[in-house]
Ligand binder design. Structure first.
Ligand SMILES: Cc1cc2nc3c(=O)[nH]c(=O)nc-3n(C[C@H](O)[C@H](O)[C@H](O)COP(=O)(O)O)c2cc1C
Length: 374
């Protein structure tokens, strides 16, 4: 009860003091400052432990073993917040159960022309136009080589954002990143293969079954030792999505993530006036909510025995996370909810999920997975 109260106080302070101030400053500047602060806090064992006392309870009921990996909480940090792998030491203290770094690409990239990030408070969304800003697979794998992780850390891999690279070169480029990490000492637990970033230059696509098949055939050859989760778009029809899942099922893909950003500017969750401010970019948060849920359910109905399903998109509360779990997600990822509600959100969701499990008579979170699919 006392812990719940402390988390509530954090939420109030975030909502009425930190957020109004931070939202006055350029989103990219705040993001960089927050990741620098997170990296700094993560260096102190004392600070990590103090934070963990409030934020990181690890109840057995939320713990799952999936693909041989122990997840203390089903809530993870989605790819795109920590593209330089600066936060792996601090996220466990906030209650995260896992953490995806990246997306990392074979060659470094300084990011798309600005603006790369913007806020749409009315739509509960962020405009994203980074296009895989990162320092490249080699630099990041070198940086992480000696780092120990308290929770499962995954590396999200995508194609280098360079319009000069054609289809075949992009496949070789993705394979090269997998090889770099596999040959490194990075103790990651899983990979994400991100084929669904809508902010990349050029015409390369893996949304056609044949093209996805070519990519995954090349990745199979690497004989990656850790599970790979394929991150899919939320913008394709059910039929196209099923055809991509059928292809993925033939390859060494252990899980699927639904999904990436919203590209449809007419999505009803986007405020019509607010979106006019943004000429470029794609959208996170609530505009991704509905379609990601539909696709989680689609994957669960058709492939629940084949894939681990990771739900991602528009999670701002316990209810949102539990909804995705009941639709079939074993794990849930988020970014935007944390930015709008505050970093205490993860601990609040963990606490709230325990209450939901109790109310529904489940002993472990895994028992709730898919119970909302009739
Ligand atoms: C600032 C930002 C950067 C992102 N960059 C990536 C990325 O590099 N790779 C990726 O797979 N997804 C990226 N995404 C998409 C998120 O991982 C996630 O799929 C999407 O935002 C929906 O989740 P959310 O509503 O909880 O933010 C990014 C999202 C945001 C907000």
């Amino acid at each position: 009860m006392a812990r719940k109260f402390i988390l509530f106080i954090f939420q109030i302070l975030y909502r009425f003091i930190f957020k109004p101030l931070a939202f006055q400053v350029d989103a990219e500047v705040v993001h960089n400052a927050m990741t620098a602060l997170g990296e700094f806090l993560g260096r102190s064992k004392l600070l990590r432990n103090v934070l963990a006392l409030t934020f990181a309870k690890r109840p057995k009921n939320l713990s799952q073993k999936i693909l041989g990996i122990k997840f203390n909480s089903p809530i993870g940090l989605s790819a795109g917040f920590d593209y330089e792998a600066r936060l792996t030491q601090i996220t466990p203290s906030l209650g995260f159960g896992f953490h995806s770094i990246g997306t990392v690409t074979n060659n470094s990239y300084d990011g798309n022309p600005k603006p790369m990030l913007g806020r749409l408070p009315k739509s509960k969304s962020l405009m994203v136009n980074k296009g895989f800003k990162n320092s490249g697979a080699r630099a990041i794998s070198n940086k992480l080589g000696k780092v120990k992780f308290e929770i499962p850390v995954g590396v999200s891999i995508g194609r280098t954002n360079n319009p000069q690279l054609g289809q075949a070169e992009s496949i070789r480029d993705v394979v090269a990143s997998f090889r770099t990490f596999e040959a490194s000492k990075v103790s990651c637990s899983y990979y994400e293969l991100n084929i669904s970033c809508p902010n990349l230059l050029g015409t390369v696509t893996f949304y056609e079954p044949k093209k996805l098949d070519e990519l995954l055939t090349a990745v199979d050859v690497v004989r990656v030792k850790k599970p790979i989760f394929l991150k899919l778009p939320i913008t394709k029809s059910d039929d196209v999505t099923l055809s991509l899942l059928k292809v993925a099922a033939k390859h060494k893909i252990a899980g699927v993530i639904f999904g990436n950003l919203q590209t449809n500017r007419n999505d009803p969750a986007l405020d019509k006036n607010e979106i006019k401010k943004f000429k470029i970019g794609n959208f996170s948060g609530k505009p991704t909510w509905q379609r990601s849920n539909e696709l989680i359910e689609l994957a669960y109905r058709n492939f629940k025995d084949r894939f681990v399903i990771v739900g991602c998109g528009g999670v701002f509360s316990t209810e949102d996370a539990y909804f995705k779990i009941k639709k079939g997600a074993q794990l849930v990822e988020l970014i935007t909810g944390m930015i709008f509600v505050g970093p205490q959100l993860i601990a609040q969701i963990n606490q709230g999920l325990l209450e939901k499990l109790k109310a529904d008579g489940f002993k472990n979170i895994s028992e709730a997975v898919g119970t909302g699919v009739i």
